[in-house]
Design a protein around this ligand. Structure first.
Ligand SMILES: [Zn+2]
Length: 261
C-alpha cells in the first residue's frame, strides 16, 4: 500500500503566526523551531501509516521552496521529495492509495484561521474553481482526484479541519491547534499533536479504500482575483474580468494551476 504525505508549515501545531514560516519576518530561530516541529509531525504520520500497513510512503516537503526538512530528519520508512518538481504539485503521486495533507491551513479570508491564505498571501486574494471559492485543500484534492487518488486525512487548526470536512466528508480530520486569528493560536502541550497524528493517520490509512475521489467538472474554469492591480497576465488564454481578476478554462485543475505559474 502506497501513501503520499504532502506537508505545509502553517498548520503545524506549534506554529501560531507567519513569523514561524516566512523569512520576511527575520526570525530564523522560529523558523528552525517550526521545521523541527514539522519533522516531528511527519514522523508521527509515517508511524501511523506504517502501523496501518503502508509499505511505500512518500513525504513531499510542500511549503515554499520545499526545503524545510532534511533527509536526516525524516523516518527512514519514508522517501522524501525535497525541492523543485517543475510542472508537478505532487510528483510521483500516481498509484498512491491515499493522500494526506499534513500541516495545512484554511483558504484565504477564513476568519480566525492561522496563516489563512491561498497559495500566496502577497498576490492571491481569492480563487474560484468552477465558481466555488477554493483554497489549497480543494486544489490538492482536485489534482489528486485527477490522478485517481483520494485525500484521506487533513491536519491543521480547527478552521482547516472544518474546511476539510466540508470539502472531503470521507477524510479523517486532525485538529492540532485552535486558531484565533491569522497570527494567533491556542497550542496544546508538546507531544499531544504527535499521538493524535499517529492515531488519525492509522485510522485514515485503514479506511483509505472507502474514501471517495474529489473530481472537478471538466473543462475547468479557474478564476483568480489578485491582491493588487496591474498583476494581470498578458497571455491571451486569460480572459480579463477587471483590473485584478482573470479567468481561464483548462481541461483539468492541474493544467489550470500550472497555466498560472
Ligand atoms: Zn505553506
Amino acid at each position: 500500500m502506497k501513501i503520499y504525505i504532502v506537508t505545509d508549515n502553517e498548520g503545524v501545531s506549534g506554529v501560531s503566526s507567519a513569523s514561524y514560516i516566512s523569512p520576511a519576518f527575520n526570525r530564523p530561530d522560529l523558523i528552525a523551531h517550526a521545521n523541527k516541529l514539522l519533522a516531528d509531525e511527519i514522523n508521527a504520520c509515517v508511524e501511523g501509516c506504517s502501523r496501518a500497513g503502508a509499505t511505500e510512503i512518500i513525504v513531499r516537503d510542500g511549503h515554499g521552496s520545499g526545503q524545510n526538512v532534511t533527509r536526516a530528519m525524516i523516518d527512514p520508512r519514508a522517501d522524501l521529495i525535497s525541492g523543485a518538481t517543475p510542472g508537478e504539485l505532487l510528483a510521483d503521486l500516481d498509484g498512491s492509495d491515499g493522500l494526506i495533507l499534513l500541516g495545512y491551513h484554511a483558504k484565504a479570508g477564513t476568519p480566525g484561521a492561522v496563516c489563512e491564505h491561498t497559495m500566496s498571501s502577497l498576490t492571491w486574494q481569492n480563487l474560484w474553481i468552477n465558481g466555488k471559492l477554493t483554497g489549497e485543500i480543494g486544489i490538492c484534492a482536485y489534482i489528486a482526484g485527477e490522478h485517481g487518488v483520494p485525500v484521506i486525512m487533513v491536519s491543521g487548526d480547527d478552521k482547516t479541519c472544518a474546511e476539510a470536512s466540508e470539502w472531503l466528508p470521507g477524510a479523517v480530520t486532525c485538529q492540532v491547534k485552535k486558531g484565533f486569528s491569522c497570527n494567533g493560536a491556542r497550542i496544546p502541550a508538546p507531544g499531544k499533536n504527535l499521538e493524535l497524528i499517529a492515531a488519525k493517520a492509522e485510522e485514515a490509512v485503514r479506511k483509505a479504500h472507502r474514501c471517495p475521489l474529489l473530481k472537478a467538472a471538466q473543462p475547468v474554469t479557474f478564476r483568480l482575483e489578485l491582491v493588487s492591480r496591474q498583476q494581470v497576465p498578458v497571455n491571451p488564454a486569460y480572459r480579463h474580468l477587471d483590473a485584478r481578476t482573470w479567468e481561464l478554462q483548462a481541461e483539468s485543475v492541474e493544467k489550470a494551476f500550472f497555466f498560472n505559474s
